[in-house]
Design a protein around this ligand. Structure first.
Ligand code: ADP
Length: 415
């Protein structure tokens, strides 16, 4: 069998004619685990607390190109060399094996690329678990990894199809929207009240379809890292204020009160309010998109009461909160809310239009800027969506702004 291990097993001395009973049981156990490890298609590797490989199954050899006899005894980073998006090997603290060795906590990664012995790059998914002895991590870890080339290729085909289809569909939809708008224009077209009612409905549905295709396009780009982003030093207070202003009309037409509270506001004796400056490195248009989605949701799902935007922070974090007095989100739905197409299944969601893509896109955008988005909610009381972004100090913001200003655009450069 191709399984290679340097595990030492305790010996037993109680003999009953030939092999001792416990020795026989252990031999059988070992045989069956060797069979399992040799038969499965996933690569299995055991790494000791010194970082050296102790066990390497045949699938692990097949995927990495390392014969088990050579891999065992080597440091895991030389054999399971994972590369980041820039093609650089993961430092130990970011490598899932290194992470679990250091913390004793399971870790996983499905975005990395493995460099095989011959230098080939293959996408892999890896799950690493600590070995537990007497209810405590024993120091060694087990990693199970798979070649996901096929899944990645299928995913990319799927996403190409969605991108192309949504892109192609948006053009005729825009034309239909345009003609429907013309038909509703009394100066151009004559029609009775019934026909107008139907046209308004057709207009609403077309608008919804257009939004769905736009969301599909954005989400497929977000998934494979094609979302365009131009991050700059941005003052988040300004962006939040604009988002609040943009949401006011919608809120008012639903009878909701929309307010903005900036914490740390100081009133000068002249009555002028001085706002603290919250700088972060983001693309303002992308952040506006996220805020618009969260505020639109708060208005859409809240039947009465208010929507409150808060901007707060500490020296390292800028935090935006969007709180509503809506129906709240059941605790069992909260962990799934930021997944693609997830919508809470209740009569309220069914009666309110939506695609289930807005929060997925929002999460992808916020994560592009190393931020975090989450929700805290109580059924029948309301929900608060939180966005944390890394805050830039005033000095750092100034320094980056100077750098940006001094970068001569290729169009400006002398020819
Ligand atoms: P949708 O287009 O359905 O609004 P989102 O991704 O923006 O898609 O939101 C996902 C789901 O989360 C919604 O369908 C809704 O069930 C729930 N949700 C989002 N925001 C709120 C909110 N403020 N109050 C209650 N439920 C919400």
């Amino acid at each position: 069998m191709g399984l290679f291990s340097r595990n030492k097993r305790p010996k037993t001395t109680t003999r009953q004619g030939g092999l001792a009973v416990s020795e026989r049981v252990m031999k059988n156990e070992r045989l069956s685990s060797d069979f399992i490890l040799s038969a499965i298609e996933d690569g299995v590797v055991m790494v000791g607390d010194d970082g050296q490989i102790n066990l390497f199954n045949p699938a692990a050899s097949h995927i990495t190109g390392w014969p088990a006899g050579e891999a065992v005894g080597l440091d895991f980073r030389s054999v399971l060399t994972l590369l980041d998006a820039q093609g650089k090997p993961y430092p130990s603290e970011n490598h899932p094996v290194g992470k679990t060795l250091a913390t004793g906590i399971p870790s996983r990664d499905s975005k990395s690329v493995l460099r095989t012995k011959s230098g080939k790059h293959i996408p892999v998914s890896i799950i690493v678990s600590p070995i537990i002895e007497n209810e405590k991590p024993a120091g060694s870890v087990i990693g199970v990894f798979r070649d996901i080339t096929k899944e990645k290729a299928e995913e990319s085909q799927r996403s190409d199809f969605i991108s192309t289809a949504s892109h192609e569909m948006r053009t005729p939809i825009a034309a239909i929207e345009g003609y429907l708008a013309l038909a509703q224009n009394e100066k151009i077209a004559k029609m009775d009240d019934n026909a107008r009612k139907y046209l308004i409905k057709a207009s609403d549905s077309t608008h919804h379809l257009g939004a769905l295709f736009q969301d599909l396009l954005t989400s497929s780009k977000a998934e494979d890292g094609r979302l365009v982003s131009y991050p700059v030093v941005a003052e988040i207070g300004e962006i939040v204020e604009q988002a609040a202003d943009a949401g006011k009309f919608n809120a008012k037409s639903k009878g909701l009160d929309l307010r903005l509270v900036v914490s740390g506001d100081q009133e000068k004796s002249s009555g002028q309010v001085i706002r603290p400056l919250y700088y972060a490195y983001v693309d303002p248009n992308r952040l506006r998109e996220v805020l618009q989605n969260i505020i639109d949701n708060a208005i859409k799902y809240t039947m009465e009461g208010s929507v409150t935007l808060r901007l707060t922070g500490d020296p390292t974090v800028v935090q935006i909160q969007v709180q509503d007095t809506g129906p709240g989100i059941p605790p069992e739905d909260v962990p799934h809310l930021f997944q693609k197409f997830y919508r809470v299944d209740n009569s309220m969601t069914r009666s309110v239009g939506g695609t289930g893509l807005g929060l997925f896109i929002s999460r992808k955008i916020i994560e592009m800027y190393n931020g975090r988005i989450w929700v805290e909610s109580q059924v029948d009381k309301g929900s608060t969506f939180f966005i944390n972004l890394p805050r830039l100090t005033g000095e750092k913001a100034l320094e980056l702004q100077r750098q940006q200003a001094s970068q001569v655009s290729p169009l400006d450069s002398p020819r």
